[in-house]
Design a protein around this ligand. Structure first.
Ligand code: ATP
Ligand SMILES: O=C(O)[C@@H](O)C(=O)CO
Length: 424
């Protein structure tokens, strides 16, 4: 393995988003679920994306996982470790972006880490330390109602400082415009001022290229796919990326599971009403973890075409369920959706689309998949994936906010499935 770049992702959809960006920008990349077990046969790669489900776990647990992965990857030659976070900076005052970044920086001997969630291709830009989602500041976007980590402050210096033990600095737009050397100098100066991390502005691809070049001179960086683009281009040096591999469609039906309650996912579900049979999972069955009725429903239909099963609900319904049953509802619903996915696999499903990062994490873990190869891009940030073991199956793990309204039909088409007309 000629490993150049190690990436540690805080969720599984984010990992495939990053793996997609790295592949499209010239790095042979594989996504593993956790640290690869001895004996897992990985192809020849330039970059590894080790996916964890550590976005919403206790900070100490997240840092321990990231440190172990960094150890594994640097022992295999990786010269730079990138911590992949969400482009909407999903986190709380308890972490985990600050604590994990600090742990990785301490392991590397102490430095001021560049932190940049910008991903202009999907509308995420950072200006004067403020994160924008499309045309609106983060705190005015649908992320303000996220079920696990409502984002109510758009100023990333404040957000990151609340979850860090050291002050946070800014590498502003004016500096980023001057290029990689200016960014490096600003990061060095920030370290001299005792700042453990700096939010780096970026609103366009040229800023990501400069940031990638500057970041690569340091051992650690934190960011979303835009940072990955910059790092990949700096490493690949403009080499043309190989064409995405063609994954032949496996035998077996296709299904969609949605656990994301994002505005984008709700639109995507609405867009296939009447085209794909939909089962809206009820709260009582989800909280009881009883998916038998949903599996019976799916079992009747799977031979005729794909089905969609969703727990997704409006922000009002999510808030009502949380206030009635406590903050743990998210984890309970994830467990129920993992049971559902296992039941679908038992019924022969070999092509699965999942909406939502935490949901994808729970499902991929339950299915026991150790790693994915990266295929063609379905939508910005969402590639087609093929599991390496236990047997080749096709997946699309969609970050909650990604994809247009036609995402599900596009993903099905990428898996060789045509949607069939159906009734809700
Ligand atoms: N009806 C519901 N009520 C309350 N919580 C729900 C409901 N349906 C799903 N959830 C929970 O909401 C959370 C959604 O998080 P998930 O990461 O899967 O989606 P997302 O945040 O939209 O996607 P991403 O993390 O990729 O941006 C999960 O914990 C899920 O179990
Ligand atoms: O960066 C993003 O927005 C995504 O890759 C993600 O992490 C959403 O969960």
């Amino acid at each position: 393995m000629s490993l150049r770049l190690a990436c540690i992702a805080d969720d599984y959809t984010g990992a495939s988003d990053l793996a997609n960006t790295l592949s499209r920008n010239g790095l042979r990349t594989v996504q593993t679920i956790g640290i690869p077990a001895d004996g897992l046969a990985l192809p020849e790669i330039d970059a590894i994306v080790v996916a964890f489900k550590i976005r919403s776990v206790p900070a100490r647990e997240a840092a321990a996982a990231a440190l172990a992965a960094a150890e594994y990857c640097t022992a295999r030659g990786a010269g730079h470790v990138m911590y992949k976070i969400c482009s909407t900076f999903d986190s709380t005052d308890a972490g985990n972006i600050g604590p994990v970044t600090e742990a990785l920086a301490a392991r590397a001997g102490g430095l001021s880490v560049p932190v940049c969630p910008a991903f202009p291709e999907t509308g995420r830009t950072v200006y004067q330390g403020h994160l924008f989602v499309g045309a609106v500041p983060l705190a005015e976007s649908p992320l303000k109602d996220h079920p696990l980590n409502p984002m109510r402050d758009s100023n990333l210096l404040r957000v990151l400082a609340r979850q860090s033990s050291r002050p946070v600095g800014l590498v502003p737009f004016e500096v980023v415009e001057r290029g990689a050397a200016a960014i490096s100098a600003a990061l060095d100066a920030a370290l001299g001022e005792g700042r453990g991390a700096c939010i780096v502005d970026a609103i366009a691809e040229r800023h990501l290229l400069a940031l990638g070049e500057a970041a690569l001179r340091r051992p650690v960086s934190t960011g979303a796919s835009g940072l990955g683009l910059g790092l990949a281009r700096a490493i690949a040096g403009g080499a043309a990326p190989a064409a995405a591999p063609d994954f032949p469609a496996p035998e077996g039906p296709a299904a969609i599971i949605a656990g994301s309650c994002s505005a984008a996912t709700l639109d995507q579900i609405a867009a296939v009403r009447g085209r794909i049979p939909i089962c809206h999972l009820d709260a009582d069955s989800l909280l009881a973890g009883d998916m038998s009725a949903a599996l019976d429903w799916a079992g009747e239909l799977l031979d005729s075409g794909p089905v969609l099963l969703a727990s997704s609900a409006t922000p009002e319904a999510v808030a009502a369920l949380k206030s009635a049953h406590g903050a743990e509802v998210g984890a309970r619903i994830e467990a129920a959706l993992a049971t559902l996915a296992a039941g679908l696999a038992d019924r022969g499903v070999r092509r699965l689309i999942v909406a939502g990062g935490e949901t994808s994490g729970a499902i991929v873990d339950r299915l026991g998949i150790p790693a994915f190869e990266i295929g063609a891009e379905i939508a910005p940030g969402v590639p087609l994936l093929r599991s390496i073991e236990p047997e080749p199956r096709l997946f699309a793990l969609k970050s909650g906010n990604f994809g247009g309204p036609d995402f599900f039909p596009r993903a099905l088409a990428a898996m060789g499935v045509a949607p069939t007309p159906g009734a809700d």
